[in-house]
Every structure is written in structure tokens, then in C-alpha cells.
Design a protein around this ligand. Structure first.
Ligand SMILES: [Zn+2]
Ligand SMILES: [Zn+2]
Ligand SMILES: [Zn+2]
Length: 132
């Protein structure tokens, strides 16, 4: 299991949750809660949909996974620990991380809008090299 795939302190790591974390760590591309639940049940037949939802919510809250808002509310991708953005292929559904960041510099936002940014999110949709 990847070391950055952790649940918040105080959350019990049951064998079902462990199976879900392992699945998310190995998952390629984006996934829905239903897909995760279906695959999770192969390892843990008693795995419930509610447990899957709750675990996904914990992973989202900890920044381990990220919801792709352009794809509907319930599509997620696994996230690395460093600052990055997502390149989402609308043809094959593949998701790649890029360290390229085009967000406005904080000093520019402060000058133009008198705004002090603390974070930003940006997903970029298009066609990947394999699908072009
Ligand atoms: Zn990410
Ligand atoms: Zn593609
Ligand atoms: Zn950025």
C-alpha cells in the first residue's frame, strides 16, 4: 500500500477498509463509488455500499482522492502528494497528473482583486496521446 494512502486518526482500519485502500492505490484512471464497491466485493464479499461511500468520503477529505467535477459529482481519481493538476481524457477516461500549473500568482491576485489565495483546483479535459 502506498504510504500516502491513509485514513484520518481515530478511524478504524477494518479489513474491508484495507481492501478499499489497496484498490484505490492500484486503480488506474477514474472510478465511481459503484465501481469501487463492485471490485471491493471480490476481495471482501460482505463489503457494503455504505461503507464504500464512507471510506471514499474519508479519502476525499484527506486529499488522497479528488472528485472530477466536470465528470459528474461521483467520479474520483487517486491523487499524489505533490501539487498537481489532472489531465482527463474524454475519449478513454484516462487521468494523468501534471506538475504544470497555470494558476494566477498569489501576488497578482492580491494586486488585482485584493484576494489572498490558499489553494486552487483545476482539471483539464481533452484527448490523450493514445487517443489523438
Ligand atoms: Zn490528483
Ligand atoms: Zn485517451
Ligand atoms: Zn496549481
Amino acid at each position: 500500500m502506498a504510504p500516502d494512502l491513509t485514513l484520518p486518526p481515530g478511524v478504524r482500519l477494518t479489513s474491508q477498509r484495507r481492501a478499499l485502500l489497496r484498490l484505490v492505490a492500484e486503480w488506474r484512471g477514474s472510478f465511481t463509488v459503484a465501481e469501487l464497491h463492485e471490485r471491493g466485493r471480490r476481495a471482501e464479499p460482505g463489503l457494503g455500499l455504505a461503507t464504500t461511500y464512507r471510506t471514499v468520503e474519508l479519502l476525499r477529505a484527506s486529499g488522497t482522492i479528488h472528485p472530477l467535477l466536470g465528470e459528474g459529482a461521483h467520479v474520483y481519481v487517486r491523487c499524489g502528494p505533490d501539487h498537481h493538476h489532472h489531465l482527463v481524457c474524454t475519449s478513454c477516461g484516462g487521468v494523468e497528473e501534471t506538475a504544470l500549473c497555470a494558476a494566477p500568482p498569489p501576488e497578482e491576485l492580491r494586486r488585482v482583486h485584493d484576494f489572498r489565495p490558499t489553494s486552487h483546483e483545476l482539471d483539464i479535459y481533452g484527448t490523450c496521446g493514445r487517443c489523438a
